[in-house]
Design a protein around this ligand. Structure first.
Ligand code: KG4
Length: 356
């Protein structure tokens, strides 16, 4: 077989198709990432994080955008190098158009436009949230990955979103429930900040929770209709309880941080799974996936495995590398759109807020 093509049918009449090679670019928040996918198989995925935000306890938008400007060229260069692909071989450039931080998005969007224009190839705009859902279809070389079947439900949980998505096809998704206030990751990060732990709080809470008792403390759970979520009441309940306990013992957090983390995590996982169970039962869908930064959480991953046993769900839990922001999922989403010839024009603007 010639380089640059793949065999479509192995019958008498051999049909060769031109390779579809997509460069994906992600810059919606504080990770600059580039990935290359050939015919739906991942060749490289390079992610450059930004340590500059750690001392501020959260992402500083202006610093994020400046770091993206420094990172984007070397990250793309490295992704092409690791993939063993030259820029002239690319079929299209897929990029995150939004939602995200506008200053961060503009760096990736502008780079993608300039790069695609200079090569004379099409551009594909990708919704970051759809990218997270489609991370479940990323295939690595020689790997037989288990992929969800349509229609499936996807719990999308990150620092900015908590949604239940009904996924009908690669390009057809409907949000059936979402947070009316804070996102799950945001609540975890804020509670961790109140405890004086580092940023981001998610991985720290996860680590501490493994050594604590999830039933040690009870925090408020929301009572709202349908499939929507709310986490602001839990955050307030956590804050007020802690304030009372600290009056009794000034070192309360230090003495009980494992139990606090385990109880907080268990409450959040419980809230998330209750609504997901309801959606699965009502819609009679047993293929259930989880995506987004919070899907790295061990308590949540265990709850999914437990639901697979108890309720006969087919669960899809992403590899750790595809839980947080990455360009592999953007390239994958771009690959599906490329096949449908869904290209975008050079004047397509970035957007900071949008659902699907
Ligand atoms: O999807 P993501 O990387 O980015 C945005 O939301 O932009 O998600 C980040 C969120 C943060 O709130 C972080 O604390 C949370 O995911 N997170 C975790 C874990 N790892 C990251 N939350 C709980 N447990 C984890 N292991």
């Amino acid at each position: 077989m010639h380089r640059g093509s793949y065999l479509l049918s192995a019958g008498k009449e051999k049909v060769y198709m031109k390779d579809i090679i997509i460069l994906g670019i992600e810059s919606s928040c504080d990770d600059t990432s580039a990935a290359v996918i050939r015919n739906g198989v991942l060749l490289s995925n390079v992610v450059a994080g930004q340590a500059v935000h750690e001392s501020y306890g959260g992402v500083v938008p202006e610093l994020a955008s400046r770091a993206h400007q420094q990172n984007v060229v070397p990250v793309v260069h490295e992704a092409l190098k690791r993939a063993g692909v030259s820029k002239e071989e690319l079929s299209a450039v897929a990029f995150t158009r939004g939602p995200g931080l506008m200053g961060s998005l503009l760096v990736g969007v502008s780079f993608a436009k300039g790069f695609a224009r200079s090569l004379g190839i099409p551009m594909v705009d990708v919704n970051h949230l759809q990218g997270h859902v489609l991370a479940h279809f990323i295939k690595e070389e020689g790997e037989e990955s288990k992929q969800p079947k349509f229609p499936f439900l996807c719990l999308l949980v990150s620092g900015g979103n908590s949604q239940i998505v009904l996924v009908k096809a690669y390009n057809q998704m409907e949000i059936i429930g979402q947070t009316i206030d804070d996102a799950a990751g945001e609540a975890i990060d804020k509670c961790s900040k109140v405890m004086g732990l580092g940023y981001p709080g998610g991985p720290i809470i996860d680590r501490l929770a493994r050594q604590g008792n999830p039933q040690a403390y009870i925090f408020a759970k929301p009572h709202i209709a349908g499939y929507d979520y709310s986490f602001s009441g839990l955050k307030t309940s956590f804050l007020y309880s802690l304030r009372d306990w600290l009056k009794e013992d000034a070192d309360f957090i230090e003495h009980h941080k494992e139990d606090l983390a385990a109880s907080l995590e268990a409450t959040i996982v419980d809230i998330l799974m209750n609504k997901l169970r309801k959606a699965s039962k009502d819609l009679k869908i047993k293929d259930v996936a989880v995506a987004g930064g919070v899907s790295a959480n061990n308590g949540l991953r265990n709850a999914f495995r437990d639901h697979a046993k108890r309720y006969g769900w087919n669960v899809y839990i992403p590899k750790f590398g595809y839980t947080t922001d990455n360009a592999a999922m953007i390239a994958m989403a771009g690959y599906f759109k490329y096949q449908d010839k869904e290209f975008c024009s050079i004047d397509m603007p970035a957007y900071s807020r949008v659902s699907f």
